[in-house]
Design a protein around this ligand. Structure first.
Ligand code: HGY
Ligand code: MN
Ligand code: MN
Ligand code: MN
Length: 411
């Protein structure tokens, strides 16, 4: 039988909309880039809401925020829940924020109903999940779980040359607590699917069994800037033409892996970026993903040499640096079962699925049992200002989160 203790869907939605005001963009999305002034405002509002619920908020050295609700037995490791408040430059209202605000709603409901859990509960806002500013996604959870070294993370630079360390200090987000794993019992993350499957199948809940493999690179192609009018074809070393070959090859590599292949060049800078100069340097991102680790590894084994050969034919030079590689990450079967059982008890249509996106749960799972809950999103669209979900979808996801966390914290 379900606990029949219901979260407050309207309060959840109102808080989601209030958070979406921070960094709101004209097209209805949000721009809350990690460790910017707007991120600071989001963090401040999150802290205010947590403290209003009597939670003790602590911040670690990479800016991860943990808001703790005590349990009956303080000796038990806490059950964690949460996600991220940072967004893409043209992000949506719900990517990340849904998991954080739904986690807050779980705590608000426990407080309203006067429910004391056996284990403590900690609500988490992870720093820089998106990776779009500093080039490493899942950065905060990566440092917490020991995948990324803190010093290396702090030294990462954005396109303006600002380091993570400088950005942390600029908004006062560097906390006194060590950014490393502490004893925790489990981690649950509610997130929008960011893809088309649940909507296409008319399912309300995704029971996420794992997340796909991915590998990210930085590429720099060096040719020679020269006059567009006077440089004959034979004398050109056009870095943008070379980059175009590599970009086409990324797409072909993806398609060669069939419907499960993913390959993207999302970020590109042309130098000197003048219309009558043959480009001498092009910097761009490359990433590949696949549900099966061995497929990602097969791409990663061949792509660097293939790309170098394509570039060499143009007389340019390629420097390709691998930023990180994540194998397929299975989630914990017991935690996944709690999600599946909660959806069943609540009567929500559900299906098991692997996440196409990376999530903080992927790195949390390196240290503690973790599971995720997905809700549909309109047209499967995300990392787009038009990202949208229905209030009843947010409510359903939050109710499943409530039940799974309560079951785990009282087992
Ligand atoms: O890229 C990702 O998968 C995540 O949404 N940042
Ligand atoms: Mn996200
Ligand atoms: Mn995202
Ligand atoms: Mn993500």
């Amino acid at each position: 039988m379900t606990t029949n203790q219901r979260i407050d869907g309207k309060r959840l939605w109102d808080s989601l909309m209030a958070m979406a005001e921070i960094g709101a963009t004209p097209k209805g999305g949000v721009k809350r880039l990690t460790l910017t002034e707007v991120d600071r405002q989001g963090r401040a509002r999150f802290t205010e809401w947590c403290e209003a619920q009597g939670l003790a908020v602590r911040v670690d050295a990479i800016g991860n925020m943990f808001a703790r609700r005590e349990g009956r037995d303080p000796s038990r490791p806490p059950v964690l829940l949460g996600s991220h408040l940072d967004s893409q430059p043209t992000g949506g209202k719900f990517d990340g924020a849904l998991g954080v605000i739904a986690g807050l709603e779980v705590i608000r409901t426990l407080n309203d109903l006067g429910i004391e859990t056996e284990a403590p509960i900690e609500l988490v806002n992870w720093t820089d999940e998106e990776g779009s500013r500093f080039g490493h996604s899942l950065m905060g959870s990566g440092v917490w779980s020991g995948v990324y070294e803190l010093e290396k993370a702090e030294a990462l630079r954005d396109l303006d040359g600002v380091t993570v360390g400088e950005a942390l200090d600029a908004i006062g987000a560097r906390g006194p607590h060590p950014a490393r794993p502490f004893p925790a019992d489990a981690y649950f993350e509610l997130h929008i699917e960011q893809g088309p499957i649940l909507e296409a199948e008319g399912k309300m809940i995704g029971v996420v069994t794992g997340a796909q493999a991915q590998v990210w690179y930085d590429a720099v192609i060096t040719g020679q800037d020269s006059h567009a009018g006077t440089t004959p074809p034979a004398n050109r070393r056009d870095a943008l033409v070379a980059a175009a070959r590599v970009i086409t090859h990324v797409d072909a590599t993806m398609r060669a892996r069939g419907a499960d292949g993913r390959g993207t060049v999302g970020q590109l800078t042309v130098l000197p970026n003048s219309r009558n100069v043959v480009p001498g340097e092009v910097r761009f991102s490359v990433e590949f993903r696949h549900p099966r680790t061995e497929e990602m590894e097969a791409i990663a084994a061949r792509f660097p040499a293939e790309a170098a050969a394509l570039v060499a034919e143009t007389g340019c030079r390629l420097e390709l640096s691998e930023l990180f590689r994540i194998p397929h990450q299975p989630f914990d079967p017991d935690c996944v079962a709690l999600v599946r059982e909660a959806a069943q008890r609540l009567g929500y249509s559900a299906r098991d699925m692997v996440s196409g996106a990376g999530h903080d749960a992927v790195y949390a799972a390196r240290r503690i049992p973790a599971a995720m809950i997905f809700t549909p999103c309109k047209d499967g669209l995300s990392h787009n200002e038009a990202e949208s979900i229905l209030p009843e979808e947010a409510e359903a996801g939050c109710q499943v989160l409530f039940e799974a966390v309560l079951a785990r914290a009282n087992r």
